[in-house]
Ligand binder design. Structure first.
Ligand SMILES: [Zn+2]
Length: 453
C-alpha cells in the first residue's frame, strides 16, 4: 500500500507521543498506520505520497462538539436578541419552512467552512418544525457528499414560542428520529435529540426518553444555557433542568449537553457522577450574552468538555478556530487572569476531549496508529509562519487561511487550501435562491441592524 505521508515541522499528536518535531503521519487506507520522525517513515515507505514540506503543523482534525446545521442558511441576523426572543423571532419561523433540500445544501455550504477551519467531525442537532418532511435527513446526505464525519440528531420540540410546532402526536416526531437513525451509518453516528427540556411537553419527554432507552440511543441536548431557562424550569417543575433530567432518567443514557453555563457545585458533581459530557460554545455564549461557563471546574470534575461553534446562526459562523481561541480568551477575561486557560488545553478540548465527549475517542481525536485518519495540515500562510510554540500559534494566531490539507477517514477532502468535495463557487450559486426563499417564507427582512424586522 502506498498511502500518504503528512509531514510537519510539528506533529501535535494529542496522544502519548506528545508533540513531535520534524515528524509525519502515515495514512494507509482510512487508518493511521504510523506516527514517527519524517526521515524514518520516508525511508520505510518510499512509495507514500508526501503531503507537506515540513514547515507546517499537523494536528488531529477538530471535533465540533455542538452545532445546528438547520441554521446554515439563516446567519447574520438576530445577534442583538436574547435567547428567548431570538428563538421566537428567528428560529421558530425558520424551523417552520425548512426542507430536506435546505438541510442538504446548507450542510454542504457550511461543510466548506467547517473543513477549512480544521473540523473533521461535527456533532449536529437539526431543529425544525415542519412536520412529516423529515428535513433533518438532508444533513446526512450533505455530510456524506462533503466527506465529513458526523453525529446527527433531530432537535425535537413540541412547545413553540411564536411558531407553535404543529406536530400533534409525538409519534410523528419519533418517526423522524427513527428515520434518521436508520439512515446513519458509515461515517455518520446518531443521537436522540432533545432540543431543550423546556421545549418539550411532559408527554414527549417521557415517551421520547423511553423510546431512546429501548433502543440504547445516546442523547444530544442543551442544559443550563441561560438564567431564564433555570427560572422557567423552576416555575414548571419546581427544580432546575439538570435535576429534572436526573428525575426523568435521562442520565441513564449517554448524554452530551450543550453549554452548562449556569451550574453550581452540586450540579457539576452530579454531571461528573453520571458521566454527562459537555459541549462548550464560547462564541455563541458571548453573542447571546448568556454567560461564561465554568470550564475549569467542569474539567476538574472529570467531565469531558468539547468545544462547539453552536449553530450557524447563534454564532453566525462555523469557524472552529475562532471558537477554540474564544474558549481561552473568555476564561482569561472573566477571571482577570491570563494563566487560567491555555492553548494546549483548548486544543485538547477541540480534539481528544471532544471525541471523549462523543464517545468516539477510540477511533478519532488523536494521531495514534490504528485510529481513523482524520488529520489536518496547517501550512503556507502567515498565520503559521512563526512556530516558536506551535500550539500557541494555532490557538491564538490560527485562521482558515492556514488550513492547507484535510483528510477524513483517510480521504483527502481539502487540498492546497481548497475544499475538493464541495465546489465553493457552485455551492454559493445553489444556496442563493434557497436563502431568498427562506427569507421570504420565514418573514426575515433586513432593517439596517442585524435583527429580523
Ligand atoms: Zn445549540
Amino acid at each position: 500500500m502506498t498511502g500518504f505521508l503528512l509531514r510537519g515541522a510539528w506533529v501535535l499528536t494529542q496522544g502519548p507521543a506528545g508533540e513531535l518535531r520534524d515528524s509525519a503521519v502515515l495514512i494507509e487506507g482510512g487508518t493511521i498506520a504510523a506516527v514517527d520522525a519524517f526521515s524514518t517513515l520516508r525511508q520505510k515507505h518510499p512509495d507514500a505520497e508526501i503531503v507537506g514540506d515540513g514547515t507546517g503543523v499537523v494536528s488531529p482534525g477538530f471535533i465540533n462538539a455542538h452545532t445546528h446545521l438547520s441554521e446554515a442558511l439563516a446567519t447574520g441576523i438576530g445577534s442583538e436578541l436574547r435567547l428567548a426572543d431570538w428563538g421566537e423571532q428567528i428560529i421558530g419561523p425558520l424551523g417552520a419552512v425548512l426542507t430536506e433540500q435546505d438541510a442538504h445544501e446548507g450542510t454542504r455550504l457550511r461543510a466548506i467552512e467547517l473543513l477549512l477551519s480544521g473540523v473533521t467531525t461535527v456533532n449536529d442537532m437539526f431543529v425544525h418544525y415542519n412536520p412529516d418532511v423529515m428535513a433533518s435527513l438532508g444533513v446526512i446526505s450533505g455530510l456524506r457528499s462533503a466527506g465529513l464525519r458526523g453525529v446527527v440528531s433531530f432537535g425535537a420540540e413540541d412547545i413553540g414560542a411564536d411558531a407553535a410546532p404543529p406536530w400533534g402526536d409525538p409519534a410523528r416526531m419519533l418517526a423522524e428520529h427513527d428515520a434518521l437513525a436508520a439512515a446513519a451509518g458509515d461515517l455518520i453516528g446518531f443521537r436522540y435529540g432533545i432540543g431543550t427540556l423546556l421545549g418539550q411537553t411532559d408527554a414527549l419527554l417521557d415517551r421520547g426518553i423511553a423510546h431512546a432507552m429501548s433502543r440504547g440511543w445516546a442523547i444530544h441536548t442543551h442544559l443550563h444555557e441561560t438564567r431564564e431557562e433555570l427560572a422557567a424550569s423552576v416555575a414548571r417543575w419546581g427544580v432546575r433542568p439538570i435535576a429534572h433530567a436526573q428525575r426523568l432518567g435521562m442520565f441513564d443514557l449517554e448524554v452530551i449537553a450543550g453549554h452548562a453555563v449556569w451550574v453550581d457545585d452540586d450540579e457539576i458533581a452530579l454531571l461528573g457522577d453520571r458521566e454527562v459530557a459537555v459541549a462548550h460554545n464560547p462564541v455563541a455564549n458571548a453573542i447571546l450574552g448568556s454567560g461564561v461557563a465554568p470550564v475549569g471546574r467542569l474539567r476538574a470534575a472529570g467531565i469531558p468538555v468539547g468545544i462547539g461553534t453552536d449553530g450557524a446562526a447563534s454564532n453566525d459562523s462555523q469557524n472552529m478556530l475562532e471558537a477554540i481561541k474564544f474558549a481561552t480568551l473568555l476564561q482569561k477575561v472573566h477571571h482577570l487572569d491570563p494563566g487560567v486557560s491555555d492553548a494546549r488545553s483548548a486544543l485538547r478540548m477541540a480534539t481528544l476531549d471532544g471525541a471523549r465527549a462523543l464517545g468516539i475517542d477510540g477511533i478519532v481525536g488523536s494521531l495514534e496508529p490504528g485510529k481513523r485518519a482524520d488529520v489536518v495540515l496547517f501550512q503556507d500562510a502567515v498565520e503559521v509562519a512563526v512556530l516558536h510554540d506551535p500550539a500557541g500559534q494555532l490557538v491564538y494566531g490560527g485562521s482558515p487561511r492556514a488550513v492547507a490539507e484535510v483528510f477524513v477517514d483517510g480521504r483527502r477532502v481539502v487540498r492546497d487550501h481548497h475544499c475538493i468535495t464541495v465546489d465553493e463557487a457552485e455551492q454559493l450559486e445553489v444556496c442563493r435562491p434557497l436563502v431568498a426563499r427562506i427569507a421570504r417564507d420565514a418573514g426575515f427582512t433586513a432593517s439596517g441592524v442585524s435583527r429580523a424586522g
